[in-house]
Design a protein around this ligand. Sequence first.
Ligand code: MN
Length: 310
Amino acid sequence: MTEPAVGPELLQPREVPLGGQRALMVRRTLPQRARSLIGAWCFADSFGPTPAASARTMDTRPHPHTGLQTVSWLYAGKVEHRDSLGSLAYIVPGQVNLMTAGRGIQHSEVSTEDARGLHGVQLWVALPDASRGTEPLFEHYVPHPLTHGDATVRVFLGELLGLSAPLTTFSPLVGAQIDLPAGGEVRLPVDPAFEHGLLIDAGEPALNGVVVAADQLCYVPKGSDELVIRAGDAAVRGLLIGGEPLGEEIVMWWNFVGRSHDEIVGFRQEWQAEVIAAGDPAGRFGVVRGYDGDPLPAPVLPNAALQPRH
Ligand code: MN
């Protein structure tokens, strides 16, 4: 039996407070009940624009990750990244910070006081089971803008239009910023083995005929070899994410991606024992140096067993 043809599907954002007292509100489009993954992309938060006068609107204390890559991408502002590999890196719009957590890492992300407002996205990519124990790695890249049709395209991860970002990936995927002027159109040839999502920041374009509003994520199942994006009366800015379906069940909780409830419990215990209680630089998560403050304790686990997503 063949699967029924399914058209593009609109996924709505939900507001989530990030961090503690001076929480930054983010708009989360992945994961959600209707969809956990697009390719290996498993998490998408949009934030800002924050008021220009407010300094340090993002102050994410050192926290752990496992089994994933974090992708930080800005439309405005500046963010400082520190991690337990000793990396210190800044991003401004048009630059990507890619952190491969692999077996375990910790990092802090802070918007700097010289930034005028903050506006951007944080995305996660789940690592396939065969690669998720890899050593942690940090990479920074500035993609060259490419013109295709009426669009300006910045390929910040994976491959699109024959252009490949020179960053480490563990499954076939794409991440790119797409900009279109008002009334513009672009036809993007894509791999039909990929499923895709278009996360709109500005404008209200049609993607393969479906109108997508700001902060919506439009999902296109695999089988399409072309994505047609038409701008309406306003200029469009959005992110295209996609990839081959991961084809694995994952368990996501807090900042960890694993494969079972018990594995996540173990990651949490190691974080609490080695970092929050003891500060063991030889532990799984190492030590972040230069951040003004303490690492973030893990929340309490829910009573019910964590359920796998696919
Ligand atoms: Mn993080």
